[in-house]
Design a binder for this molecule. Structure first.
Ligand code: SAM
Length: 284
């Protein structure tokens, strides 16, 4: 059907994100020792402005994510929706920043591929086993569940199924919760994405939602507070010694091109903090 074909095209976008990130890390824009296990080769060259765009995206999202986890002193959970082949779980483990539980959701077909990679690559499976206390680790074709990491195959447009699966894997609505969607909501209709955002607002009393997307997309349904910065602004707020470092990596003669690109994207974050635990303070 048409839906199958367009969903297949959406699923393929996780490989675009991963190959672009793999290429940028091969050029030392940032370090990610795990991404090589999800993208077979470095692939063809990407333009410098694309690499800088990914640099700003990864640094910007990580900044907000790490700030939330630090503030909660890791006594929180993270749900990465449309996580694709994202490697954040392994980074957080290496940086001693693992939340109580890290959840990922994506289409079952994407999850199956990710789980296959984890099963067959010891650098991916070892950290998972290390953070698991019993021998009852659940690992089947479409889901993985350990003490600290859970990957769920589900369609984000089907909220009741999503809610049911997350709860089956011990999602705790009482914990401060960080939701992350990086280039995901744009693949749904406005009503589908607002259902997801509203579900998050209704489910957790203390939460933050980080969304990386094209501007003007995020809906504030049910959230107490929302902010957005376009990526040119984020880029100018990143640690300038590191920005100077990556700007020396590759020559870019037209700075205007980078500006135009970055201005089309934004990071937005919405918070709610019913019990005033302090998570809604602006992170930038
Ligand atoms: N967040 C990852 C990143 O930034 O590297 C992947 C981004 S990729 C552009 C979009 C991801 O969202 C894909 O992995 C796709 O399968 C997932 N996705 C989009 N719509 C979805 C839906 N309705 N249900 C589950 N996953 C979805």
């Amino acid at each position: 059907t048409d839906t199958d074909t367009s969903d297949e095209a959406v699923r393929a976008t996780c490989d675009d994100a991963t190959t672009c990130k793999r290429f940028a890390t091969s050029k030392s824009y940032w370090k990610d020792p795990y991404i090589q296990y999800f993208a077979r080769s470095v692939g063809e060259r990407k333009a410098p402005e694309i690499n800088r765009g990914y640099y700003a995206r990864v640094r910007g999202v990580n900044h907000l994510l790490d700030a939330f986890i630090r503030k909660a002193e890791c006594d929180c959970q993270v749900i990465n929706v449309g996580a694709g082949l994202d490697t954040t779980f392994w980074r957080l483990k290496d940086e001693n920043l693992l939340p109580r539980k890290f959840f990922e959701v994506d289409f079952p077909a994407v999850v199956a591929r990710k789980i296959h990679n984890i099963k067959t690559k010891p650098p991916l499976s070892k950290p998972l086993i290390e953070t698991h206390s019993t021998d009852s680790l659940l690992l089947d074709a479409h889901s993985l569940d350990s003490d600290r990491f859970c990957i769920i195959g589900a369609d984000l447009r089907d909220i009741s199924n999503l809610d049911e699966k997350l709860k089956k894997f011990q999602l705790n609505p009482e914990l401060p919760t960080l939701l992350v969607s990086e280039c995901v909501l744009v693949y749904m209709t406005p009503s589908q994405s607002s259902n997801l955002v509203r579900w998050a607002a209704e489910t957790f009393h203390t939460a933050m939602f980080i969304n990386y997307e094209q501007k003007e997309r995020f809906l504030k349904t049910g959230w107490e507070h929302a902010d957005a910065l376009d990526m040119m602004t984020v880029y100018s707020m990143l640690p300038q010694d590191d920005v100077a470092r990556i700007e020396r990596l590759e020559f870019l003669d037209e700075r205007e091109l980078l500006q135009q690109l970055l201005q089309h994207y934004s990071i937005c974050w919405a918070t709610k903090d019913k019990h005033n635990l302090g998570n809604s303070q602006s992170c930038y």
